[in-house]
Design a protein around this ligand. Structure first.
Ligand code: UDP
Length: 341
C-alpha cells in the first residue's frame, strides 16, 4: 500500500485528490491548517481506516514522525502507518490560499507557504525519498503575452503588483522544486494548474464561477469585471484530478523530447468572461442581468493552456465539456445557497 501526504488536503482541489487516492487504495495523510480549507471537504473521509488528518501549518517544520506520534492514540490503522518518515511514498504539495481574494487577504502567508512550506515539504521528500508533486499555477505566466501558453513560455509577472504574492510564491516554489530535483535527485513533478471548478469551491471565495453562480441563482446581477473581454479556460475538477494522477504515475522515458518535469494541466477551451457569465445565466435559467465593475489591476487579459506536452507524454486530456461540467456543479451551488439562507 502506498502512503501519500497531501498538504492542503482540506482545500477544494486537495480534498478531491484525497478522495481519489483513498479510492486507489492509498493511505492518505491529509495536512491542512484550515485557513482557507475546511473540515467539511473531508467529512466523508474521517471514518476511513486509511485516512489521517493532521492540523498543521506547512510554514512550520514538518516533523512527520512527531506529528503522527502525537496523534498515535487516534490513529486507526497503526499497523500500516507506523509513524516513520521512511514509510511515505508520495507528497502532493497543494497547500496555499488560491483565489485572488484569499491571497490578497493573506499575502505574507501565501509567500511563506510557497517558500518555507515548499522547502519543508521538499525536505521531507528528501528525507523519505518520496515522489514530490507540486501544485503550481497558470499564474506563473502572469498576464501572458503569448496565447496559448506552452510550458517553455517564461511569463510576464509584475513582481510588485497585487497578484505578486501568489505568482512569485508559485514561481519560487517551482524554482526550489527544480533545485531539489537537480541537486538531490528528488523525483519531482510540477503541475501548472489552470482555472479549475467543481464542488467544494467556497461560495464566497471571490472567483468568477462561485460569484456568477451565487448571483444567478439568487436572481441578482452578475458582476463582470471590466468589459469582460478577458479570457479564461475552465477545467472540470474530475478532469484535473485525472491529470494530476497521470502526472504522478508518469514514467519519464529517456528518449522523450522534453524531460523537464513541468506540465500544464487545464482545459484549453477558452472563453471570454462576458460569454462565461452569459453561459451561467443560461444554465441557471435566471432572469439576472449583467453589470460591469472595474477590472482589477494586473488581471490577466488572456489565459489558455497549451496541453500538447500532457497529451503526448501523459496521454491525458480533459473530457468534460464546460457546459456539461457547469450542469454537473449547479446542484452543489444551489445546495450551498440553501445552506447559507
Ligand atoms: N471576474 C469577474 N467577476 C467576478 C469575479 C471575477 O468578472 O465576480 C473576472 C476576473 O476579473 C478575471 C476572471 O473573472 O478576469 C477570472 O477570475 P477568478 O477570480 O475566477 O480567477 P483568476 O483566473 O483571475 O485567478
Amino acid at each position: 500500500m502506498q502512503i501519500s501526504l497531501v498538504t492542503g488536503g482540506a482545500g477544494f482541489l486537495g480534498s478531491h485528490i484525497c478522495d481519489r487516492l483513498i479510492e486507489e487504495g492509498h493511505h492518505v495523510i491529509c495536512m491542512d491548517n484550515l485557513l482557507t480549507g475546511s473540515k467539511k471537504n473531508i467529512d466523508q473521509l474521517f471514518d476511513h481506516d486509511r485516512f489521517t488528518f493532521l492540523n498543521h501549518d506547512v510554514t512550520e517544520t514538518i516533523d512527520l514522525p512527531k506529528l503522527l506520534e502525537d496523534k498515535k492514540d487516534t490513529l486507526k490503522d497503526t499497523k500500516n502507518l507506523t509513524p516513520k518518515t521512511k514509510n511515505l511514498d508520495n507528497i502532493f504539495h497543494f497547500a496555499s490560499p488560491a483565489s485572488p481574494k484569499d491571497y490578497q487577504e493573506y499575502p505574507i502567508h501565501t509567500l511563506k507557504v510557497g517558500a518555507l512550506g515548499t522547502h519543508h515539504a521538499l525536505g521531507l521528500a528528501k528525507a523519505a525519498n518520496t515522489k514530490f508533486l507540486l501544485a503550481s499555477s497558470s499564474e506563473v505566466y502572469g498576464d501572458p503575452q503569448v496565447n496559448p501558453q506552452p510550458e517553455d513560455y517564461w511569463g510576464h509577472v509584475n513582481p510588485v503588483g497585487p497578484r505578486s504574492a501568489y505568482d512569485e510564491a508559485k514561481r519560487y516554489g517551482e524554482s526550489i522544486t527544480m533545485a531539489y530535483h537537480n541537486k538531490h535527485n528528488i523525483d519531482t513533478r510540477i503541475a501548472r494548474i489552470f482555472n479549475t471548478y467543481g464542488s467544494r469551491m467556497r461560495l464566497r471565495d471571490g472567483r468568477a464561477l462561485p460569484n456568477f453562480m451565487r448571483q444567478a441563482i439568487k436572481g441578482k446581477p452578475l458582476t463582470v469585471f471590466g468589459d469582460g473581454s478577458q479570457t479564461r479556460s475552465f477545467c472540470f475538477v474530475d478532469d484535473m484530478v485525472e491529470g494530476i494522477i497521470s502526472l504522478l504515475t508518469w514514467n519519464p522515458t529517456p528518449n522523450a523530447k522534453d524531460l523537464t518535469p513541468v506540465f500544464n494541466l487545464g482545459n484549453p477551451d477558452e472563453i471570454s468572461i462576458l460569454e462565461f457569465a452569459n453561459e451561467v445565466i443560461e444554465i441557471t435559467d435566471t432572469a439576472s442581468e449583467i453589470t460591469h465593475e472595474p477590472l482589477p489591476e494586473n488581471d490577466p487579459q488572456v489565459r489558455r493552456p497549451d496541453i500538447s506536452k500532457a497529451k503526448e507524454l501523459l496521454d491525458w486530456s480533459p473530457e468534460v465539456s464546460r457546459r456539461k461540467g457547469l450542469n454537473k456543479v449547479l446542484p452543489y451551488f444551489k445546495e450551498q445557497i440553501n445552506k447559507e439562507a
